[in-house]
Write a protein that binds this ligand. Structure first.
Ligand code: OGA
Ligand code: NI
Length: 258
């Protein structure tokens, strides 16, 4: 967390080489959302994101400053992946899918997304991150020690209390689809505050791009039918980004109606 904060505190000239609005750049720093030119309201955030797998290749495109960034974040990404796989293993056991179900292609890829929300003079005018569910399989979120994350439950936004050195674990859209809606991805957003900057790090565990996602047959009860058609993960991502993560709409093209 310290090295992430140090990154955002660097002078602009040290960050400019990473700054880009080109979605094709795998490692990039940008402001607001990926859609800055077309969004109605800008978000009060900067975001640094880069892939973490395969580590030996990706690390070469990560920020070079702070000088210890690559070493520390490499260790972090390995541990976050291990933790995520342990949680997936437990979820798999709980669902009765057996050991290793989420290993391999379903969890092959990983992406680190680091958010920085500077103090905002008027938090009522904007958000840190708009409402969404994470598009991936599972998220390991380090939300730091400041309030800002909210989850939508029973028609209300509820603040998620920051617990020191604890992670927030989010079920992503893919886990909901594979489980045929037995697990639900949680809708969430981040608000800003006028007092202090807030830095958060989301480690996304993703299927590989060409991995085929569909409800697992063993999770479709005899009186049920599959709620989603098979698709490639990259197709989901393309649709998700064109809808800017709108949680009401982004599952629609994949839904089957019995
Ligand atoms: C995200 C996210 C919440 C936060 O990056 O997907 O939901 O508190 N972040 O930064
Ligand atoms: Ni999220």
């Amino acid at each position: 967390m310290n090295v992430f904060k140090e990154f955002f505190e660097l002078p602009a000239e040290d960050k400019v080489s990473v700054y880009s609005n080109n979605l094709k750049r795998p490692c990039r720093l940008y402001t607001s959302s990926s859609n800055y030119d077309h969004e109605n309201v800008h978000l009060w955030r900067d975001n640094l994101r880069h892939p973490c797998h395969p580590l030996e290749d990706c690390i070469k495109i990560w920020p070079q400053k702070p000088t210890r960034y690559r070493e520390i974040v490499a260790t972090y990404s390995i541990e976050a992946k291990k933790l995520g796989l342990r949680i997936l293993e437990l979820l798999s056991e709980g669902l009765g899918l057996g050991s290793g179900f989420f290993g391999d292609k379903l969890s092959e890829s990983s992406l680190l997304s680091v958010n920085h929300y500077p103090p905002c003079p008027d938090p009522s005018l904007t958000l840190g991150v708009s409402r969404h569910c994470d598009p991936n399989l599972l998220t390991i979120l380090h939300q730091g020690d400041e309030y800002g994350l909210q989850v939508f439950k029973d028609g209300e936004w509820i603040g998620v209390e920051p617990l020191h050195n604890a992670f927030v674990v989010n079920i992503g859209h893919q886990l909901q689809i594979i489980s045929n809606n037995k697990l639900k991805s949680a809708e969430h957003r981040a608000v800003t505050n006028s007092r202090v900057a807030r830095t958060t790090a989301a480690f996304f565990i993703n299927p590989s791009d060409d991995c085929v996602i569909e409800p697992d047959k063993s999770l479709i009860d005899t009186n049920e039918s599959p709620a989603y058609r098979p698709f490639q993960f990259k197709e989901f991502l393309l649709n998700y980004s064109s809808l800017m993560g709108n949680p009401e709409k982004c599952l629609e093209p994949f839904e089957l109606h019995a």
